[in-house]
Design a binder for this molecule. Structure first.
Ligand code: NI
Length: 175
């Protein structure tokens, strides 16, 4: 199985390449997506992008079914998106806490568009076009950033606002 890279790894800082048409439906792509979904499940994460495990391709998976940190009112079922493109529909942004599988326990507030349209392809090359708000829009923006060599840390203006999941939990439920 592919391994999650460390925060300092330069491979997290490269622009990922689009998946060429002839790779759709290949065993390689199916195995890769399968292992990305397995990592998401094992880590209780809401999304994984291929560059996070050292694969320099524009592929993401997301969903909230395994989330340990987020109690989402509506479960977003497992989804796969290849060569994703995001269109920001709202100038308005909302700040919300994010973490990342490459950044250990670090969490911090990131401003993201409240409403987006996104497009891309399913594993068999079928086109996908969807509208997303709230948590789904946030996850998409975080994962697509990975494809462009960005980490959520880069979007935090005030580094003093960086915290950890444990500290956040304590603030919410003081003993
Ligand atoms: Ni991440």
């Amino acid at each position: 199985m592919n391994r999650l890279l460390n925060q300092e790894d330069p491979r997290l800082r490269t622009i990922a390449e689009p998946v060429p048409m002839d790779v759709f439906n290949s065993a390689w792509l199916k195995e890769l997506v399968h292992s990305m979904l397995e990592i998401m499940k094992a880590k209780g994460a809401v999304g994984v992008a291929a560059p996070q495990i050292g694969v320099n391709k524009r592929i993401i998976v997301f969903g909230t079914a395994y989330s340990r940190r987020r109690r989402s009112e509506v479960i977003i079922p497992d989804a796969i998106l290849i060569n994703p493109v995001i269109e920001h529909l709202s100038a308005e942004k909302e700040s919300g806490y994010e973490g990342c599988l490459n950044c250990a326990d670090l969490m911090g507030p990131v401003a993201r568009s409240l409403e987006i349209d996104y497009a891309g392809y399913h594993i068999d090359g079928r086109p996908i076009k969807k509208h997303a708000t709230g948590l789904e829009a946030r996850i998409l923006q975080h994962e697509v950033d990975h494809l462009d060599g960005l980490l959520f840390l880069d979007r935090i203006e005030d580094k003093a606002s960086l915290t950890t999941y444990e500290k956040l939990k304590q603030e919410e439920n003081p003993a």
